[in-house]
Design a protein around this ligand. Structure first.
Ligand code: ATP
Length: 465
């Protein structure tokens, strides 16, 4: 299967209402995208699948939703103020700015000149100020990762939920990075969403838990439809490792622009909780706070046997929703040659991710009896199938099938004259279920509609009914 080009995906996303450039009425903002009616459904389905597997299906993880704006001291002591930078160079000829590690042969990406400035560090965090008067005292940042909000709430969750090691805190939310060169559609953007788990373990148990999460996350992406042929694990070299990491394995997906990171799984050691705890110690010493009060501020756990404070190690699987969505769209996109010589575009999305679960199509758009029956079927489906059920009343079934193939709707249900002409229990009204992938059409009675869809929708391919 050949992967689609990025241009093909961008065009499909705009045409069908998945993703649009942001602020486009006034020319657009580089590195920002808005999600349209289908994009938001797909995104929510992906986030729900992650939340289900990380929080609801587990007994050792709690969820969190922390603020996007963060106090500058948090990001000072996390190391982000000093080290969350990319190397920036300017082209003296065309004035283009670019990341030094993205250029080849010391040539400008735009005009190919080699007349470039020396690389200098550029901090990726967006800053703002809280309150009416901007000053260095009330400076705040839009968080560059959701993780710091989790570390700030470590103690709150530990105490309120009576947790013991190992346990995790999961969060989905927006993150912001002032990328020097946003590119490759929604792959590298300035405003994006992350799905992050911080899993706290005893030092010494960190390596085996790290391996566990690498394998678990690799499998999860396959469960979302990504083929293992395009998904690889890549060990970061010592030069690549972030300032906090002991070991990091990236999951790379072969995007239309080539293999690139979809998720990083890092062993952050006790770096974050340790730095915040050290800072708390300093502040408490300066303020002459007693040992009792002092201890409550530490982002640590008391070892009941030794009575010593222990800072847990942290394993962090961190992925981008937008990159995940791009990978899923890229993997699902297919162009099929049909027997009549035409080409069918189809998004073979896993049903749990599909923006629309079922499209209901009446055969005649102005027939009152058919429309009444359509409303009845819609009501039945909405009561039993979670997710978006859509009425497609265009009167052109062929066109509706093509549209729903292109947006990945797994099933279309067609209401026709046999649906309304039920005579008795032995000749009940029937309707057609059309399967997106095989294009087969199955006639079922109205009573069998929901059980048939549930069976088709949820059972894995190789699972006997
Ligand atoms: P890269 O090296 O590609 O800049 P990173 O290693 O800095 O990424 P992390 O800090 O590990 O990324 O962030 C975790 C995840 O957040 C990434 O795997 C990615 O899916 C997502 N992510 C990071 N930066 C961006 C961005 N600018 N646009 C979209 N997603 C991003």
């Amino acid at each position: 299967m050949v992967a689609p080009s990025m241009d093909v995906l961008v065009a499909l996303c705009k045409r069908r209402g998945f993703i649009y450039p942001s602020s486009s009425v006034y020319g657009g903002l580089a590195g920002m995208y808005d999600y349209g009616p289908l994009g938001v459904e797909l995104k929510n389905n992906l986030k729900n699948a992650w939340w289900q597997s990380m929080v609801h299906d587990r007994d050792d993880v709690d969820g969190l939703d922390s603020c996007i704006m963060m106090d500058q001291t948090v990001l000072k002591y996390s190391g982000h103020e000093s080290t969350f930078t990319d190397p920036l160079v300017d082209c003296r000829e065309c004035k283009m700015r670019m990341r030094a590690d993205f250029i080849e042969n010391n040539q400008c990406i735009g005009c190919k000149s080699t007349n470039l400035t020396e690389a200098r560090d550029f901090n990726l965090m967006f800053s703002t100020s809280i309150g009416p008067i901007a000053s260095s005292e009330n400076k705040a940042y839009l968080r560059p990762e959701t993780a710091q909000g989790i570390f700030m709430n470590f103690k709150n969750v530990l105490d309120s939920q009576s947790r013991k090691l190992p346990f995790g805190i999961a969060q989905i939310g927006k993150a912001f990075r002032n990328e020097i060169t946003p590119r490759n559609f929604i792959f590298r953007v300035r405003e994006f969403e992350q799905m992050e788990l911080e899993f706290f373990v005893s030092p010494g148990d960190d390596e085996s838990w790290h391996q566990y999460w690498i394998d678990t996350r690799y499998q999860w992406w396959q469960d979302q439809g990504l083929s293992p042929k395009r998904l690889t694990k890549a060990e970061q070299t010592a030069d690549d490792l972030a300032h906090y990491a002991k070991r990091t394995v990236d999951l790379l997906y072969t995007f239309p622009h080539g293999p690139d990171e979809i998720e990083g799984i890092a062993n952050r050691t006790d770096y974050d909780l340790g730095s915040h705890t050290k800072e708390q110690d300093q502040l408490n010493i300066q303020a002459k706070v007693s040992e009792n009060q002092h201890a409550t501020q530490r982002l640590a756990i008391k070892n009941l046997e030794t009575n010593a404070w222990q800072v847990p190690y942290v394993i962090e699987p961190s992925c981008g929703v937008d990159r995940g969505l791009l990978a899923i769209l890229s993997e699902a996109y297919e162009e099929e040659e049909l027997e009549n010589g035409s080409t069918r575009i189809v998004l073979k999305l896993k049903p749990h991710l599909a923006p629309i679960k079922v499209a209901v199509i009446p055969i005649a758009k102005n027939n009152e009896q058919i429309l009444n029956m359509t409303q009845k079927i819609l009501k039945i489906l909405k009561a039993h199938i979670p997710g978006k059920i859509l009425l497609e009343n265009t009167g052109n079934i062929g066109k509706a099938y093509r549209r729903h193939d292109e947006i990945g709707t797994p099933f279309c249900v067609t209401i026709d004259f046999d649906t309304i002409s039920a005579e008795d229990a032995t000749h009940p009204g029937t309707l057609t279920i059309r399967d997106r992938d095989s294009m087969t059409q199955t006639r079922v009675s109205i009573a069998d509609l929901v059980p048939t869809l549930i069976k088709m929708n949820t059972l894995p391919q190789d699972c006997p009914a």
